[in-house]
Design a protein around this ligand. Structure first.
Ligand code: ACO
Length: 325
């Protein structure tokens, strides 16, 4: 008897060149570095250049992940891009990324779960691999959130940034009793009754505009810690693991206070928590793969480590995955 594992082969990331600090923002709107740092932990964010598209950010992250995996683009037979800021209404950003990578085989599609997009994409890719539908998946989170921000609204525009991250999963057929490796378990949830707490006030079918991000920040905050903790605990229960066994907790990077609150509720120490929100702000679906990339590059996450990823965002959507790296 054998089983198929979805093992991690590579990780990559990309941040646009232009950096916008809190002080830069304070020149545009009535805010301050002190307010932003105190309420969110954010110090700066990267902003895509004019003409630099979500698929362009995804392309650099994807190439870096391929290089890290020692693979060619032609090895990939599934591309899933988690994004809420696609280049176009259609085709998908994944199809455009596939074209930029110079490949035509396999399948490619986007997953739209806002800030949870990468976690949803990873769980989807894992299912494709475990059911034999794909062998090598390029899973990307890529966003140009700067394009849907209302730059006159200080309650939202200070929170977000642009970027992309990518992970490559590969099928490995092993004996049924082989040691655990790769994606061990995931849980995904959506509760659309909360849609109006975090949304974009435009769209193809409604206004024929792209709209701007609108958010009831306090309401999002109120739900975030509980939802994140629930889903992380559910994944731990599925695998029979405890938080003590985790080597790394890689949460969605929305707000330092949400990260700290979830860590406290789950009993996960700061020392095991990867935080990039101070440097990148909230890059929505790109935040988790960017944090994974940073922590792999600086030597914190290593092969064999037990890593919990989680995210929560518009919808509401939320989810978590436990990965033996
Ligand atoms: N600079 C200065 N003052 C500001 C700013 C700003 N950028 N934004 C709001 N304020 C003011 C408000 O106008 C208000 O002033 P008032 O008291 O005179 O009316 C005061 O600060 C307090 O505003 P609140 O909205 O109550 O501030 P709060 O402490 O709730 O912090 C924040 C706001 C940071 C948005 C918080 O609610 C939060 O973190 N929510 C989570 C939202 C989030 O992270 N969303 C990301 C997307 S969802 C996700 O990824 C999970």
């Amino acid at each position: 008897m054998t089983k198929i594992q979805s093992v991690v082969r590579g990780v990559g990331g990309y941040l646009p060149e232009r950096v916008m600090t809190n002080d830069d923002l304070a020149k545009l709107i009535d805010t301050s570095d002190e307010w932003i740092v105190q309420r969110t932990g954010i110090r700066k964010r990267h902003i895509a250049a004019e003409g630099e598209l979500t698929s362009d950010l995804a392309l650099v992250a994807a190439r870096r992940a391929l290089e890290n995996a020692g693979m060619d683009a032609s090895d990939i037979d599934l591309i899933i891009v988690g994004t809420t800021t696609p280049d176009m209404t259609f085709p998908s950003t994944a199809a455009l990324l596939q074209q930029k990578l110079g490949i035509t085989g396999g399948s490619a599609f986007d997953v739209q779960a806002v800030c949870s997009g990468f976690v949803f994409a990873m769980a989807t890719a894992d299912s494709y691999i475990k059911t034999g539908m794909a062998r090598r998946a390029l899973v990307v989170g890529a966003e140009t959130f700067s394009r849907i921000l209302d730059w006159t609204d200080r309650t939202t525009c200070v929170l977000f940034g642009d970027g992309a991250g990518a992970v490559i999963l590969e099928a490995r057929e092993v004996p049924a009793d082989a040691p655990e490796d790769g994606v061990l378990a995931s849980s995904l949830r959506t509760d659309g009754s909360h849609w109006d707490k975090l949304y974009v006030d435009g769209g193809v079918s409604s206004t024929q505009t792209i709209g701007h991000l609108r958010m009831e920040g306090r309401e999002v905050f109120r739900h975030a810690v509980g939802m994140i903790s629930d889903v992380v605990e559910e994944v731990l229960a599925k695998t029979g693991k405890t938080t003590d066994e985790l080597d790394w907790f890689v949460p969605h990077q929305a707000n330092r206070r949400i990260i700290d609150g979830a860590g406290r509720k789950l009993g996960i120490s700061d020392a095991k928590t990867v935080v990039t929100v101070d440097q990148h702000a909230n890059t929505s679906a790109a935040s988790v793969p960017l944090a994974l990339w940073v922590a792999c590059e600086d030597g914190r996450i290593n092969k064999g480590d037990l890593v919990m990823i989680e995210a929560m965002g518009g919808g509401f959507t939320w989810g978590a995955s436990l990965i033996r790296w």
